[in-house]
Write a protein of this length. Sequence first.
Lengths: 651, 666
Amino acid sequence: MSRAAAAAGALVVLLSTGPVYAGLPDWAKEIAADAPEIPDGIPEWRARVLLEESHVEVAADGASWRIRERLALQYLSNRVEDVQYHLFDFDDTIKVKRSKGWHLPPGERAQRNVGGAVDITLSDDFLTDAKERAVVLANVRKGSLVFYEFEAEGKPYASGDVIPFSTDEPASVIRWSVDLPPGWALRHAWLRGAGPEPVRSGSNWAFEVRDTVPIKEEKLGPAPGNTGLRLAVGLIPPAGTSPAVPAFSDWSALGRWWGSLLEGRDTPDDAIRKAASAALASAGTAPLDRIRALAKVARDRVRYLAREVGIGGYQPHPASSVMSDLYGDCKDKGTLFRALLAAGGYSSFAIAVNATLEQTIADDVATLGSFNHFIVGVAWPPDVPPPSEIASAIVEVPSLGRLLIVDVTDEYAWPGTLPPYLAGHRAFVMTHDGGTVITLPPGNPSDDRVVQKASTTVEASGWVEVKLEIARFGAPAEAARAERAASIVDRRHDVEDDVRRAWPGANVKDYAAVTERTDGAYVETLTLEIPAGSAAIQDGALAVFAGASMGVQRVPTSRRRVDVVYETPLSLTYDATLSGLPAASAMPAGQEATGNGWRVASKFDRSGGAIHGVWTFERARTRFAPGEFPELKTMWSAALRAASPTIRLTP
Amino acid sequence: VNLRRPFVLFAVAILSAAPGIAKSRHAAPSTAIEIAPGPTVISPEEAAIAPDPAAGSQHGVVLIEETERNDDLLSGWQISYHLRAKILSAEGRSLADAEIPVAKGKAGLKTWWGRTLLPDGRVLELSQDELKTQSLVKTSSKEVVTLKGALPGVVPGCVIDYGYTIRGDDFLAIWPLTLQRIWPVRLIRYRWVPNREIHAAFLKSQTDGKDVTITQGSGSILVVARNLLPVPEEPYMPPIDETRATVTLYYIPYYVDPEMFWRTESIWLDKGLKRYLGDGEAVKKTIEAMEIPKDAPLRDKLKAAYDWFEAHMKNTGRLSAEEVEQGDRAETPGDNDTVRSVLEWRRGNASELNYAFAGVARRLGADADLVFASDRSSSYFKPGLKYLGQFAYVMVALHFPGDPKETVTVLAAGSGYPYGDVPWRATGAEALRCTSEGPESIVIPPAPPERSATDTHVTISFGEDDETMLVKWSRTALGDAGIGGRRYLRQLDPVERKKDLEGRCRGNSAAEVISADLPDLDDAAKPLRMTCDLDTGTSDVTPEIARYALPLTGPWWPETPVFPSETRVNPVVFEYPKTDTVSIDVTSPAGFVPKGDLPPVHADNQMGHYALNVTATATGYHVVRTLTILPLIVRPPGYPELRRFFEVVDRYDKTTLPFERHGGAP
């Protein structure tokens, strides 16, 4: 049975019972009494959060937390599903004690949630202990007030967390509070902006944010998950005490705890040493060649399999078992890579990072909640200057020297380039005595680039042949490799469709691809045949940089209110040579334009009967705020104009 | 409407023909199979299998998949399963992530084996003890789990071999055994022993010309399929489940004689209609309200009644966002068991409206029957499958006295379609007509292309210094070309609707939408109309060029099929025959003049009609392009002709309008 089918079945079971009338709890009554009026007309948001509250009560020894979550929602639209539910996330460290829901329809008595407790596993991980407790309410409509309350007891692995202060709908109040045991302290830091100061009352700390409005997803817009305040909190026991659960006074403490979980896991056994030896036997002598050869063993031979159960969420399996099983998650693959490096004579460091969310790490508050991914920092030999091609994957760490950042979980990333989802993220390097927070390089256009060479020959018959080579590096290469890995046939179709859009009427005569060239490029070569009279050469003119503008992503901006955000910086180079032209063919004039964080240029020269042109577009920035949209439009316009010249094929 | 056959997508079957599974104990062919672990060595033939992406084997090949399902036990069922596969790529390794559907945990697992056969001859085992339990759903009284195990050491080139026997007790009434998968399959064997107390049957589909055999034994069947390739995904292909070789296994409700299934259900549905219509008083009152002239011909009366329904009866499945927001609900108040509340409140869902219209038609003197049709964009009605859950549409078939028996008019009351037209998803494939005498198979033809037409008007000019292109365009869409879009747009709230409309206006471009409107969105009597005013923000007109070529196409261009592939495996299936007309008036860029008329283009054959006329005017160009697509389905033998036609369309649609600088070079 699929997870979706199981979840649907569970909801059907819940809905098979009718509503039960019940009084609201006092906290809900207060909210209901003060609930705002429902606005007339069609609302922009179908619901609003009146209260989202989490409260934690820490046991005297810090070993367990009593957790209480409350949620109050007001529905503003009739266009909502009449069955609504809320999910409480938990895992094997948390025991749900109570889960209830109430629905107060407009003008009616309150009803309790339908059915009993249902726990559903929604994660796609192969093995996981992550579950959701579902509470279901029926007959919800415009004007309905719904309330959910969960109580649970948790035994966390560590004292601290990162708490999101954002919701899917506008929220009146989002509150997180904690009751600490006597003598305990709380360390906190707001992420992604300045939040309000906490309100303290005895051992109670309360953080409250009011009147938030989430952003909506837009093309080339910020990811909603990367907006909204987050609060990092660390709970610190009195000095000199040994809490039952690790409490991290600083990042070094966290590093020591996590390091103890990694201890011995990266020890190479005979099989690992043999694999390392085999990989290095065919590698060059330069450190980069050797590190890449070892990375590819972990990247390519070990299939990704998520196993997030219990402490397994933090502790990798021994490298020896990963090598024999040839499967594992990011920690397993990274740890095997570290073992291979050790066997090859390189030292390395485990690095924790958040691969899906930005700004999750606070300098002053060490917490495990900041991370969801495991990568590796390879100690770069101090006596060897790193080649320029890996500059954006190198981090200089005080006391550790230069580290080459490698993510062997990403099967499509070329070791030595930083995948786009890591660029600019903060991360935590674990060392034998603790660790340190670093910032990963932001990336630059020379890493994420596309270099296109088109050699065009005009035949006497009027037909045109184009030999095309497109080499992608960095993020563009990753995307292409991933598509090809999924389906070689689909990738070829997509590329051929693009080419036919660039040269309307062209026939693709042949196609070939190299998935990973020795320089890490993903390379495709095509030969096109453009019959005389085809749309691409109507009126006797041919575009010099046909298709170049397709690489410049644009969006409408006149009514846009959110930033334009590109995944990575980007460099596009289009090198075109046209031969067989009439002697009288005029050579286009070159163009050049620059702006804040971008540059566009085209230049031409003539050699014998051939005209040679190069168009380049470089965008170093990834973000443009609405006030900078004129700059953005200038950049787009300059890029398209520089790419637009045509050359006459007939006198 | 004469029910012509050229549009039939799915071969018409005899309504009663569907093989049941014999329960006889008389001599019958053996269907016995033994499900056991495969060899622990890779055979030379297996070793020779290499990736062949063009044949669908980029990632792996299923060498053997065999299953035995025994429902004929004292309680519950037992399934034995065996999979042997060659892994060919890194992505293919996921086939080694085994999930065993033991609803109740390890107690349900009777046997297990799992191993990886490596190219170097080593064999790596995954023991039963290493399988992990994963909870899926847990309530206070029940937990549904699955067992999971990852075979170790899997690399491209290896063979995996695993299998198990499990017991369970839930009941499965119908399931499709899909024989063509996303990867090539060398051998599938599936033996089913149904519960002998229940009628069991099967239906094979898309198996012609494929190596698929079905052996009926005594109380069992064995399906064997060999050497099946994946069905390639192609543009304008039928729904994927209607292209793959499949055997549907199912039970028939105990209260129906399998041999009389459709006859029984048809008569039952017709009786249900009569019960729903009740004593006829509500219908009579409604007809009186229609004020149809008593002496009008029957056809005119029925058309008048249909038009009255469209104008006065609300389809609660087609409410706009504004109507829902004002408190309109999908439910009709009152007693839902009879037509009375639907007619009194003048509202109902599509089924209720069509049941009600059937009552009106009968009262007016027509021979009116219910028609049930599938949504052919997702699946076709298969008469050989004795299963009622195949239908998405309820409609009404009218037969007029004196007309040939096979000539009927099918109406979809409350659909928004004009009299005689029905939603395209219900056309072209078999449908079920339920008469008081029994079932009839009918095929509803699509509307002719002129009733599903779009008409697009475009004006193009250039902004100051020719730096930008300004485009105003509008489109009216009739019938199927507009009704689906109207329904969708009405369901969006104003903000979403505006965003959607602006997206339609600018297409894939980054043009700025200055204004966009849907002037007649809520007037179902008028065609759907949209108007757009765009600023492209850029143009290719630069001071240094002497000539300029403007493409005809842009966001205003109607979706036009393209068939780049020279070969075709699946039939080409269009949504509906249609005609798209585009007229464009271009004002020349400043300093440029049109070079002159272009030669007119005409292409006509049985696939369609195409015409392109480009004439130079005093201010620029006037363009008229018309494309009519005639067929609903083109089978592979007709593909070359279809492709040739659309190659012409594609070639001339890419025409550019040539301008030259007035007075020569700049």
